[in-house]
Design a protein around this ligand. Sequence first.
Ligand code: 13P
Ligand code: SF4
Length: 331
Amino acid sequence: MSAHANIPAGTDLLEEINRLRKERNAVILAHYYQRPELQDLADFVGDSLELSKKAAETDADVIAFCGVKFMAETAKILSPEKIVVLPDMEAGCSLEDSCPPEKFAAFRERHPDHIALTYINCSTEVKALSDVIVTSSSAETILSQIPRDQKIIFGPDRHLGGYLNRKFDRDMLLWPGVCIVHEAFSERELMKLMQANPGAPVAAHPECPPNIIDHADYVGSTSGILNFAKTFPGDTLIVATEPHIIHQMEKAIPEKTFLGAPGADGNCNCNICPYMALNTMEKLYLCLRDLEPRIEIEEQLRLDAKRSLDKMLEMAAGTVGKGDLGNPSGD
Ligand code: 13P
Ligand code: SF4
């Protein structure tokens, strides 16, 4: 049954969401890849690290998470006493799917002298099997605190891991996962766009493959890219990440032009995250009304996963808002 079927005709969704958020003492958190209307009504919009911190700090009774499942699970792990609802439980992530916990556990067993530094885009089970979690905005700070002779497994994103290996001259063992959204950028189409906009810098998320990163003037998390958009000196920026972030750029700097990097068809629509796109106003209204679907995590699993997340929050202290993996050439 579609979400609409449960909504009385004539419902003013925004009015109802605003009424319910007060009634439920709910906080609405949204990732930068959400539809503009969800970003606009959220109490807080941010990158994965910032949203985790907000979830850990909030005194709301309910967290309505406009993002994907691993993000809502992170909120529940950090705030177990809160009701955490996700508008659509099917909002997964290709990186999470690429890393089944049994296979990850077996991989760890084959490398007993390695620690597991794991990207937050993974299941709660994989977090429980990891030593330290990172986000794209905290990875650099955290990796720099790990001695160079410590052997490391990095999963599940081989592009982020490969980028960190190249930039910091490390040899982390990489799990072979990818983000289907960032994999879809076309180098050929990007070069055409760069030629058509001479001098326009390129800002890229580190989930992009190396042939896209090689063209980037700036590489960083979503909040890092947004900061770059606010400060770069030119008037046009090419953005190689999920295009919904451009909404925040256009709001903050309406006089500048932001161009989404294209996919193979020359159109950036194939770079819309299909999982993030599942969340809608209708589903947000329903989850605030019904307090379903809810994230539930078995307590021992939660505690096991919390260890690696707490380690991230401790080691990343001070990085929130910086969102920075910086310049790919390291200067
Ligand atoms: P950020 O941590 O940069 O917000 O990235 C999350 C994500 O899923 C990117 O695809
Ligand atoms: Fe996962 Fe990629 Fe979507 Fe981010 S953009 S949630 S990494 S599939």
